[in-house]
Design a binder for this molecule. Structure first.
Ligand code: IDP
Ligand code: MG
Length: 137
């Protein structure tokens, strides 16, 4: 069944000039419905990651995510949520499988190059966070 998910190229990877390679890897497998480059405010980063509020890494995560430009994409394909998570690899790049985006492009657990929604409910909320319906036709 066709699904949509939110992908983010995080500030570390954009700043390091890795966005083009990451987009090429994504495009190889999935349809990019919409794409935008922007810099989050602190409040927007805090709201996007509200599910992690209170965790020890939350403040650092918010600080990092608003530290520079990011590229957000809405991806579409059959079973794209799980398949894009697989392409991203483990949260900790040291544990990510060979060939995954985090293995290839991430610096560390906290600067790990990419984000992907983890379930249909979060995907719907996260896509809507960045894209109005008219961008998703
Ligand atoms: P995910 O991005 O693989 O879904 P989550 O558990 O949702 O991982 O965590 C969100 C983000 O928070 C991670 O991608 C990573 O950048 C950061 N993060 C998670 N756990 C840690 C940690 O233990 N130390 C530092 N950063 C972390
Ligand atoms: Mg997550």
């Amino acid at each position: 069944m066709k699904q949509r998910t939110l992908s983010i190229i995080k500030p570390d990877a954009v700043a390091a000039g890795k966005a083009g390679k990451i987009i090429a890897d994504i495009e190889n497998e999935f349809h990019i419905v919409a794409m935008r480059k922007l810099q989050l405010t602190r409040a927007q980063a805090a709201a996007f990651y509200a599910v992690h509020a209170g965790k020890p890494f939350y403040d650092g995560l918010v600080e990092f995510m608003c530290s520079g430009p990011i590229i957000v994409m809405c991806l579409e394909a059959d079973d794209v949520i799980a398949r894009y998570r697989k392409l991203m690899g483990a949260t900790n790049p040291e544990k990510a499988e060979e060939g995954t985006l985090r293995k290839k492009y991430a610096e560390s657990m906290s600067r790990n190059a990419v984000h992907g929604s983890d379930a249909p409910e979060t995907a719907a909320v996260e896509v809507a966070f960045f894209f109005p319906g008219c961008d998703l036709l």
